[in-house]
Design a protein around this ligand. Sequence first.
Ligand code: PGA
Length: 251
Amino acid sequence: MLVAGNWKMNMDLTSARQLATAVVSEVGDPGPVQVAVCPPFINLDSTFSVLHGSPIRLGAQNMHDEVWGAFTGEISAPMLRAVGCHYVIVGHSERRRLFGESNEGVNRKIIQAQKHKLVPIVCVGETLEERDAGREVAVVSEQVRASLAGIHNADGSELVVAYEPVWAIGTGRTASPAQAQAMHAIIRRLLVEQFGSDTGADTHILYGGSVKPGSAAELFSKPDVDGGLIGGASLKADEFALIVEAAGEVA
Ligand code: PGA
């Protein structure tokens, strides 16, 4: 089980430190659950100094696929490593939709992330229009195949997949546990095809999209749901801690 908080473009220096401090104390010892928070780039360094020595890991929300050079405004994988990141979210639907990220670009980022010992949290998910047209399986399968083309994943710990139906992100509308499980099973099959049955089974597949303390336990109880990528509810330490607790009960 893995629960990761995606803070998105929220929190300034002071409030990020406060939130990280509260998360460390509210989550306490998460037992078998792996926990991470992903603050904005500018707050990674200060958040790491709060998390250091706690079981909570640091993640970034994005990265560039080159290591250094003339890419004004961008941040690279070794820079993220240097400030203590363990994870990096790649291909979030907001990046795909608002910043034009493609599966091919996501694939390049995954390669670079792994080269620098970061664990990419690779996001996939269909829009409402695609689901209404009955194309959700085709869309998500293509995202998984193309994003992960040629990627390695020795023992299941070198990458994470997050299924986030776009229509459930920030809308208060969660996919039903059955809808989540159905898509997670399809993603699992693709991971098994690519990496073999043991590694495919051991790779975390997170669900994301309006996960709240009240909905987490039932989602996490599904066999192929290995935790959550939490947006809104990760900005409140007590709610985030309750979601971690729900994962712990299933783990
Ligand atoms: P949400 O965001 O929990 O606010 O829906 C999830 C995400 O976008 O990762």
